[in-house]
Design a protein around this ligand. Structure first.
Ligand code: SF4
Ligand code: MG
Length: 332
């Protein structure tokens, strides 16, 4: 079957006062129905910009987007605002980190779940409310018939995030783009929300793009992982393989900084040295080279002069962009 979403050679550039920010640089990936792709990287790696670009949600006056975004056979990049609005919030829904800012404090949950839905479908208030109540039940909110009439501040953080997911489900999406959906929540509630997404996926073949800076939340929920650095994919592959045997020095560094995923849980947590790249003036060659502990293993300082291409390694299901010779595996 053809992938639900195919992104090809996506580039996103923002005009700022300091110059042009190259947020995404030639990114290609696919997501299939019923699969979860985790997009992982530090803040500024281009992962949120990628999610927003899929739906054309950037400010068009200062953003230049090139490349192809094909969703179920339609090139979204070629659609105007009106064309895109048929997809936003319906076939493709977004869930953001901070439900309290994404929801209006002045309207009831019912109103927020039903407004866009009624505009799109022409459903009566009553029918839309029935659907909203169903969706609240589906995301595990107790007593949904009563709670649908409440305001966002009456919900706990975890319950508010469930409301956001219920709102995403109102349009019966094929793809949910979830940008740091659990970052504001404590670990137990995080796990509940991720379980909820996995359950919904099992019911309806939902495709999920899970954007996160935290590799720890990826284990167990993502089928595939794309690790981003400075707007490029540096490593891609099945989640179980990437998390247990990273092939890119940056992925290995990220894993060393996650307590639950390290091979030796008693070793000290070691954050990656140095700071994320300046996207106004990114490092030459491999953008990770100023921070990379493997760079000296590559001859002729190639790391500082040439951008490493993303190439298949081992099984062909895995890819990495690094000048280390293929036999030169990364040591975790
Ligand atoms: Fe490190 Fe060089 Fe590989 Fe970049 S290309 S990750 S600097 S070894
Ligand atoms: Mg972000």
């Amino acid at each position: 079957a053809r992938p639900l979403l195919t992104v090809e050679d996506l580039a996103v550039r923002f005009a700022t006062e300091g110059g042009t920010v190259r947020a995404v640089n030639g990114l290609s990936f696919q997501i299939r129905r019923g699969r979860t792709l985790a997009v992982v990287g530090e803040s500024g790696s281009g992962k949120s910009a990628t999610g927003l670009a899929i739906l054309g949600l950037h400010d068009r006056r200062r953003t230049q987007i090139t490349g192809r975004v094909e969703f179920d056979g339609v090139d979204l990049a070629g659609l105007d605002e009106r064309g895109l609005s048929d997809y936003r919030g319906s076939r493709i829904a977004m869930v953001f980190q901070d439900a309290l800012t994404a929801l209006s404090p002045y309207h009831t949950v019912e109103r927020q779940l039903t407004d866009a839905y009624r505009r799109r479908t022409g459903a009566s208030r009553r029918a839309a409310c029935v659907r909203a109540t169903d969706m609240l039940a589906r995301v595990g909110i107790p007593d949904p018939a009563r709670r649908v009439a409440e305001y966002p501040h009456e919900f706990s953080g975890g319950m508010r995030q469930r409301v956001m997911i219920a709102m995403a489900l109102m349009g019966d999406p094929d793809l949910v783009i979830a940008d740091e959906p659990t970052t504001a929540l404590d670990v137990t509630v995080q796990a509940q929300i991720l379980d909820l997404l996995a359950g919904l996926q099992a019911e309806s073949q939902l495709a999920i793009m899970l954007i996160t800076h935290d590799l720890g939340v990826v284990a167990g929920v993502a089928h595939d992982v794309m690790v981003m650095y400075a707007g490029r994919c540096v490593e891609y592959g099945p989640a179980a393989d990437v998390l247990t045997a990273p092939e890119h020095p940056y992925t290995a560094g990220l894993l060393r900084s996650v307590p639950t995923l390290r091979s030796d849980p008693d070793a000290d947590l070691t954050p990656i040295a140095g700071s994320p790249p300046d996207l106004l003036d990114p490092p030459s060659g491999c953008a990770f080279h100023p921070r990379c502990d493997q760079r000296l293993r590559v001859a002729d300082d190639l790391c500082a002069s040439a951008v490493p291409p993303l190439v298949p390694i081992s099984s062909g299901e895995r890819f990495r962009a690094c000048h280390l010779a293929l036999e030169g595996s990364v040591t975790l």
